[in-house]
Design a protein around this ligand. Structure first.
Ligand code: GDP
Ligand code: MG
Length: 681
């Protein structure tokens, strides 16, 4: 019907309506009941109205005025609210208190303040004062609703109410320079039209100024003007029952002044906004009401700070809870020793998300509180992330070390590798890998360090490489030792067979030759091993000792009793059974067998001392080893080098000589027999 204002649900503010069912958006709530208790459901209700996330993008309007002047009716017509309207038939006072409803299709909270005419009814002004304080602390626009015939009644209920409003406002906003401006919108009802609005307006304005002048202001505020705190607007509405169609039309155009930002008469100027984020309105109002109720001085900055603390804590807790849920997902794998792929990215993400979420909601609150709580939140986030980061580093360390070992093992397969190169490459790869992934795990804005862990890894990798190098060195020394053995075998056999005076010279010559080659072979290889000078020294010492022992073993092998005696026999035979030209002798009876035998035997026995000590004729060929040279392969330490120069002890020499004499005697007997046999033929 033309009597009703048709509100399109999506005419504005639809974005915060979201999916909230229509009837829930229309629910009204008694925020202060007749016992003057604050309703703790307000926060939930604001959420159900879909205004929780509106930030500053909402408005708050309250209505004041005498009982039964059609306030609730007006609000319902203007904003599509559902406040109780007194039934036409029984004119009785509706419940006292303050009601709130969401404006339909607007981001608007509407407060219907009931029973504000205590003065007229002779009741106490307590509630009037409290509700004025409460409304002024939160509302942008205060609608002062009155009948036309109440205009000019300076001593009427409205004027008493306004005096209260002014006083209360001075207390709230007096000290501050410009903040806390509020619009007083006078709606003059049942305007018949005989007196034009302009006249009504000047009458009211004059009355207001008179009230203002009459206020007992604190001395520091005595020069303040009414206009320093309030903007005044005046409007009339026709009689709802006598001129229903005009009433509806004008209500609709008044509505537009509330809903259309580009309307020239737009009423919600940004200046009026009390800057309480929508999600903090309930807590803020509750705090205000508590202060008001306990008759404490209402200090808005303190209230805003308390609100900020409470809300920033709440917002922070919300962000932290979500964050913890996310962080939990990677706790187990990290603790289980896994290197989590992309952990840093995840951590940065969670952290940024949490801070963004906090910033989005909390930055609207008191700056200092917001900043302080943000630092707390950041610390909490980082203390959760830090163990993940450190765990990741530890796991990464382990992983890279294992991979390095594997790479060494692979690289050192076969014979065709350069040890130093293999180590260098494996090192570069896995230390590089650690660094790369540690950097990935790092979260900017923290004071975390990964460099220390890298140092530890480098140390361990160095240790492994050292051990490996030692093993390689041993392998190399063993190989060189085998080579030495191969090379000296023949010369030693040859020389020891010769029994020549310079046989030790020749043996030592070829030994030294072979050793020199081995040493230079070692040094060539060791270069790529990155061996230290010290290591080279001990490796070379080992090599020399081993080489010497190899030589000694060969000499021992060639000088066992049996082998040596056979050598002596050989020498003896050569002297005794062959003549100077090397022709075999055929003994004749008048030959000097005895003389030849004696000579050959003595010459042969002279060889025993020659074999007994490794002593070259040329002193320059003497070989020596320090007696404390340690074998790094076997670990065996001191040995008696001088003793090792001795092949046969004096006793042994006697024993061997005696054995040889017996052998020689046999030859003599055989030679004698052969002459006897020759005669017999
Ligand atoms: P409130 O107590 O100020 O909230 O007043 P209500 O909205 O409950 O209305 C009180 C009575 O006044 C109801 O019977 C309404 O029908 C009636 N009423 C509402 N608006 C008007 C109006 O503009 N003019 C007149 N004369 N009566 C109205
Ligand atoms: Mg009412």
């Amino acid at each position: 019907s033309s009597n009703s204002v048709d509100f399109q649900p999506d005419a504005g503010g639809a974005h915060v309506n979201g999916h909230i069912p229509h009837d829930e958006q229309n629910t009204r709530l008694q925020i202060i009941d007749d016992e003057k208790h604050f309703n703790s459901e307000l926060s939930k209700q604001i959420q159900q109205w879909g205004l929780q996330g509106a930030g500053f993008d909402y408005n708050l309007v309250a209505v004041f005025g005498s009982q039964s002047t059609g306030k609730s009716t007006l609000l319902n017509r203007l904003f599509g609210t559902t406040f109780d309207v007194m039934a036409e038939s029984k004119r009785q006072q509706t419940t006292k208190g303050i009601w709130m409803c969401r404006g339909k299709a607007m981001n608007l909270m509407v407060m219907d303040v009931e029973g504000t005419d205590g003065r007229e009814r002779g009741e106490d002004q307590d509630f009037e004062r409290k509700s004025a304080l409460f409304s002024l602390a939160s509302s942008e626009v205060l609608i002062v609703n009155m009948w036309e015939h109440q205009v000019g009644l300076y001593n009427g209920a409205n004027m008493g109410l306004l005096k209260t409003v002014f006083e209360v406002n001075l207390g709230l906003f007096g000290k501050k320079e410009s903040s806390g401006r509020t619009l007083l919108l006078f709606v003059i009802r049942d305007h018949i039209g005989v007196t034009p609005l302009a006249n009504l307006q000047s009458t009211l304005t004059a009355d207001l100024l008179r009230i203002w002048e009459g206020l007992s202001k604190p001395s520091e505020l005595k020069d303040r003007q009414l206009s320093d705190y309030f903007d005044l607007e005046f409007t009339t509405l026709p009689h709802k029952i006598l001129a229903p169609e005009q009433f509806e039309t004008e209500v609709l155009s008044l509505r537009r002044r509330f809903s259309e930002k580009d309307n020239p008469g737009y009423l919600f100027k940004p200046d009026y906004h009390k800057r309480i984020p929508a999600d903090g309105v309930a807590y803020y109002m509750e705090g205000i009401w508590e202060q008001v109720q306990s008759n404490k001085d209402l200090d808005l900055p303190t209230q805003q700070e308390l609100l900020a603390q409470f809300r920033c804590d709440e917002i922070s807790a919300g962000a932290l809870a979500e964050f913890n849920e996310q962080a939990k997902s990677q706790k187990r794998p990290v603790e289980a020793g896994q290197v989590v792929e992309g952990l840093g990215g995840m951590m940065r993400n969670w952290r940024t998300q949490a801070l963004t979420r906090y910033d989005r909601d909390a930055s609207r609150y008191h700056k200092a509180v917001y900043t302080r709580k943000r630092a707390d939140l950041t610390a909490a986030l980082d203390s959760t992330l830090s163990p993940l980061f450190l765990g990741q580093l530890k796991n990464l360390h382990k992983f890279c070390l294992v991979q390095f070992k594997k790479a060494l093992l692979n690289g050192l397969k076969g014979d065709e590798y350069d040890f130093g190169d293999v180590v260098l490459k494996a090192r570069a790869k896995w230390e590089g890998m650690f660094e790369e992934r540690a950097k990935e795990a790092f979260v900017e804005g923290t004071d975390w360090v990964w460099e220390d862990e890298l140092e530890l890894l480098k140390e361990e990798i160095g240790g492994v490489a050292d051990q490996c190098r030692k093993d390689e060195t041993k392998k190399m020394i063993n190989q060189i030792e085998r080579n030495i053995k191969k090379h000296i075998s023949e010369p030693v056999e040859l020389q020891l067979n010769s029994g020549a005076k310079d046989m030790w010279d020749e043996i030592l010559k070829s030994f030294k030759n072979t050793l020199a080659k081995a040493e230079s072979a070692y040094l060539t290889k060791a270069k790529s091993f990155n061996c230290t000078e010290e290591e080279n020294i001990s490796s070379l010492a080992t090599l020399r000792k081993r080489a010497w022992q190899t030589l000694r073993a060969k000499i021992d092998e060639q000088t066992t009793d049996a082998v040596f005696l056979s050598k002596l026999r050989g020498h003896f035979e050569e002297r005794f059974r062959y003549d100077d030209q090397g022709v075999p002798r055929v003994w004749k009876p008048d030959d000097d067998i005895d003389g030849a035998f004696k000579k050959a035997k003595e010459q042969t026995l002279d060889l025993v001392p020659l074999y007994s000590d490794i002593r070259p004729q040329d002193p320059a060929l003497e070989f020596t080893l320090p007696s404390d040279s340690i074998d790094i392969l076997s670990g065996e330490g001191e040995f008696d080098f001088d003793a090792s120069l001795n092949v046969f002890s004096p006793n042994k020499q006697v024993e061997l000589s005696n054995k040889f004499r017996k052998d020689a005697d046999a030859y003599y007997v055989e030679a004698k027999r052969s002459t006897v046999a020759g005669i017999a033929q």
